[in-house]
Design a protein around this ligand. Structure first.
Ligand code: ATP
Length: 434
């Protein structure tokens, strides 16, 4: 690169810069020869710009350099802007000098211009190249905006960001979905949720949030399950399910607004739209969901978990955001509080977007004896939870919280059907590379 430093991004090359010398840094997206003219489409993080090489005007050395170029070469171009109506954005750059900064072996495994579409597995195998596609760029910019908006929203609501351990000694919610790891002379596990730590932290910070990785040994190979995903968790002292549901719906509204207002360019690339939902979201008790499903001739009994096919029906009836509340206690994890007046029904909820579960949460049990009883009822050993249970002797406040799956949220905001599209390097039962 020598002393060359970028003076402009591609998207900043406009007719007003006519005659100005610029330095651009980026990658060769496409090359086209048209008789006496060669076009190099240079791509950087902001977009593309046309580099035009009129053979009879350019000096021999620069011309020879352009002939060496291949798709995805990393290059620097020093040249002069020329306003020209026919060029995209009304301007192009005539090179004075070109530097090759990195070569790309041909043929490339995928065509990032999209002219030859590739299967998702082929794309994921060449992920870094795939991430240069316009759609990928749009997805990860929206993902960034969602994260930025979420952090700001929760901070402004008084939550403080925490990071809890991801290497743990025993199961959070039961052993089935845990990944065991060799931890020196012992066995440890990758955390399947920050649940217990975030509950404990309400004792000292009252309102906490965490945005971090969680690991699930999910056997189900679906388009909405990963073995490693990012969970957005909150936990709040002196709060109930209804209190934290309000935070969840306000957050959803806020994020939709931010994406709608700031990501129009990206949404256009993705051929997708995002609407800001009205408040409050519908709260549909589990009872009513069962009734609705039966009316649709779907066979399901009270107490059964809701299968994917049933969610698809619900998604048709309730097309945007809605909560499913008052779940049977038996279907919820041990820490979800049963209702005082009817313990068969819990204060747990799920937040749905169309047919996809985005979040789940609830009022937590803060009575130690009841928690031990629930652990036993779910076949778990209170001894394995002794450190967690001990914190209930230090003045545990009543508390509630939820967990949102970031990737599911991004999937819905970007209109993608496969969760792997919205993760840089997805991990599932069959994919551990790259
Ligand atoms: P599901 O029933 O869809 O498998 P879950 O009930 O196991 O989800 P929770 O344990 O309640 O999910 O996790 C909270 C949120 O984390 C979910 O609402 C979802 O958005 C997200 N989530 C859970 N499991 C996964 C996964 N394997 N991959 C991606 N996101 C997930």
């Amino acid at each position: 690169m020598g002393c060359w430093r970028r003076t402009h991004y591609s998207a900043e090359i406009r007719p007003e810069l006519d005659g100005k010398e610029v330095i651009l840094l980026g990658w060769v997206r496409d090359l086209r020869d048209l008789g006496g003219i060669r076009f190099i489409i240079l791509q950087d993080r902001e977009g593309t710009v046309q580099i035009t090489v009129p053979r009879n005007v350019i000096d021999d050395q620069t011309l020879k350099k352009t002939e060496l170029l291949q798709r995805q070469y990393c290059i620097g171009v020093k040249g002069v802007v020329r306003a020209i109506e026919k060029a995209p954005r009304g301007a192009e750059v005539i090179p004075k000098s070109i530097r090759i900064l990195g070569v790309a072996k041909q043929p490339l495994p995928i065509d990032i211009t999209g002219r030859t579409p590739a299967d998702i597995d082929v794309r994921l195998d060449a992920r870094v190249l795939d991430l240069r596609r316009d759609e990928s760029q749009a997805i990860f910019r929206i993902r960034h905006k969602i994260l930025e908006a979420t952090r700001r929203f929760l901070s402004e609501k008084g939550f403080i960001e925490v990071h809890t351990p991801k290497i743990i000694a025993s199961a959070t919610e039961g052993g089935a979905a845990l990944f065991p790891i060799a931890y020196f002379e012992r066995e440890a596990f990758l955390a399947q949720s920050p649940q217990l730590y975030k509950e404990q932290l309400t004792i000292c910070f009252e309102k906490v949030f965490e945005i971090g990785p969680t690991f699930r040994a999910e056997k189900s190979h679906t388009r909405r399950h990963l073995t490693e995903f990012i969970s957005i968790d909150i936990e709040e002292a002196f709060a109930t399910a209804e209190d934290v549901m309000k935070i969840a719906e306000e957050l959803m509204c806020h994020v939709c607004k931010v994406v709608k207002e700031n990501c129009q360019r990206e949404l256009k690339v993705l051929k997708h739209t995002v609407e800001v939902p009205g408040l409050p979201f519908k709260r549909i008790p589990y009872d009513e969901v069962i009734r609705e499903l039966k009316e649709e001739k779907f066979e399901i009994e009270w107490g059964e978990d809701i299968p994917t096919a049933a969610y698809r029906i619900l998604g048709r009836i309730h097309p945007y955001f809605y909560f499913i509340t008052e779940w049977p206690t038996s279907l919820k994890p041990f820490y979800i509080k049963p209702k005082d007046e009817n313990p068969e029904v819990s204060e747990g909820f799920d937040l749905m977007w169309h047919w996809i579960e985005i979040a789940s949460g609830g009022t937590r049990i803060h009575n130690k004896e009841l928690l031990i009883k629930r652990l036993k009822e779910q076949g778990l050993h209170p001894e394995s939870f002794k450190y967690h249970l001990k914190t209930f002797d230090y003045g545990m406040p009543p508390h509630a919280g939820w967990a949102i799956g970031l990737e599911r949220l991004v999937m819905m905001h970007t209109g993608r059907k496969n969760i792997r599209e919205v993760v840089l390097y997805p991990r599932d039962r069959f994919r551990l590379t790259p």
